[in-house]
Design a protein around this ligand. Structure first.
Ligand code: AMP
Ligand code: GLY
Length: 429
């Protein structure tokens, strides 16, 4: 089977690494890819939103399997595009059709879906420019802190959590009246603040059956001790100590099963990943958000624990045969530490030469933002590498990832040295 992966981050590097190990894999292409993905397949230059160009490439190269890494391509409707064209229909595309991708593409859609199917989530109400004053009145009846979410895709920046009522009202005004996030904030979901610990659970669905992949905890803020600006993710750990059999059973019964059956009841054909962003509130799981794809750096953390053939599982999800597959997960602990360019998530330099990639290491070095140049491999993004290690204990996995983080050298390198430390403390308490 020839496959094409769309994207250029650490997530896509991890997908390429894992798919290249499959006995089913023949030729593998990544568009546009990075210096890391080039180790496992051929990078090609394609715009991930240019469906006609992607389709033409697929036909010319006998692609049988297409894996869009990120949400943009899915929300723009790539699955429907391939399904609706008789020449493309035979190509398996992993991911939901556009209607299902709205679980991530519209917060209001996701909240209404959860309400309709009785899936635990924070209480909420949605407002638009004409109901701005009602929104401000609604805020007055809530307690601080306030959670305001731009309805549409806002590159991970659309959630704001003001501490005071005045700030919350000003933020609501900026989103609705001043289009702070453009069209994405034409509607704003205001919801109850949930207090707890976050964890992400990943599910692969074929529309009827599902497989649960390992969970992960990520580290979103740039600074140690969870301070500073939000990023795409500075690290991730799997498994997560508090996700025991009883918590996981609650997630499955209260969230996963009603989500899959809710999609079926709503007539949505969902064959792909569902990323559940959860809050553990005193032992009970609540959905904070749905994503319709895998996370980054969660993919680089979860896939190393997956001992089964990923390509086989993804094809089974497309062919609705997931019920016949079993999935094997390593009991080891997986720890990912992300190296970023100084200044990220604000402005940062690119084109810095990377040294140390040839040193022996027990870690997997996934490339997030790199490219090949005449001078060797250079930085090409805010997040540059996601270093993953698998070991018998969290302490050992972290020690390996931090040692590798020290070995890789580029100007302005920064990483959080506290990844996983909260989980070690939690386990000891
Ligand atoms: P994202 O949607 O990835 O930009 O992340 C938003 C972040 O805001 C989440 O990771 C949570 O930390 C936080 N968050 C979102 N909704 C709530 C909520 N209802 N209560 C508490 N924190 C929330
Ligand atoms: N690391 C968070 C995400 O991929 O959405």
């Amino acid at each position: 089977m020839n496959s094409l992966i769309l994207g250029s981050g650490g997530r896509e590097h991890a997908f390429a690494w894992k798919i290249s190990q499959s006995p089913l894999n023949e030729q593998l292409f990544i568009a546009p890819g990075n210096a890391g993905t080039a180790q496992y397949g051929t990078n090609i230059s394609l715009d991930i939103l240019d469906f006609p160009a992607i389709a033409a490439f697929c036909l010319e190269n006998a692609i049988g399997f297409l894996l869009p890494g990120g949400e943009d391509t899915l929300v723009a409707g790539i699955v429907d595009y391939f399904k609706n064209d008789p020449k493309l229909r035979h190509i398996h595309v992993a991911g939901p059709e556009k209607a299902g991708a709205m679980l991530e593409g519209s917060k209001d859609f996701a909240k209404a879906f959860m309400a309709r199917h009785h899936i635990p989530t924070a209480a909420y109400k949605t407002f638009n420019a004409t109901t701005l004053e009602e929104g401000k009145a609604f805020l007055e009846n809530l307690e601080a802190p306030y959670v305001l979410k731009a309805d549409g895709l806002a590159a991970g920046k659309g959630v704001v959590i003001p501490e005071t009522l005045e700030e919350a009202k000003a933020e609501l005004h900026a989103m609705l009246a001043d289009a702070k996030f453009g069209a994405a904030s034409a509607r704003v979901v205001i919801e109850e603040f949930l207090k707890g610990i976050e964890v992400s659970v990943f599910v692969l669905s074929d529309g009827k059956n599902y497989a649960i992949l390992p969970e992960a905890k990520d580290y979103k803020r740039i600074g140690e001790g969870d301070t500073g600006l939000n990023t795409g993710g500075m690290g991730a750990i799997s498994p997560v100590p508090f996700v025991d059999a009883s918590f996981l059973q609650k997630v499955e019964e209260r969230i996963i099963k009603p989500t899959i059956s809710g999609l079926q009841k709503d007539g949505i054909d969902y064959r792909g990943f569902i990323f559940l962003g959860l809050m553990n509130v005193g032992g009970d799981p609540f959905v904070i958000e749905y994503n319709v794809r895998m996370g980054d750096p969660e993919t680089e953390t979860v896939l190393p624990r997956l001992e089964s053939d990923l390509l086989e599982l993804l094809l089974a999800s497309c062919e609705q045969t997931l019920g016949t597959k079993s999935i094997k997960i390593s009991p080891k602990t997986s720890a990912t530490v992300v190296l970023v360019s100084g200044g990220y998530p604000e402005s940062y330099a690119k084109g810095k030469i990377v040294q140390g990639l040839d040193h022996p290491t027990p870690s997997m070095v996934f490339h997030s933002g790199t490219k090949k140049s005449e001078d060797g491999i250079v930085t090409n993004g805010g997040r540059v590498f996601a270093i993953n290690s698998l070991a018998d204990t969290l302490e050992n996995a972290l020690a390996d990832s931090f040692a590798t983080a020290e070995q890789l050298i580029f100007e302005g390198k920064y990483y959080r040295r506290d990844i996983g430390k909260d989980l070690i403390k939690l386990r000891q308490s």
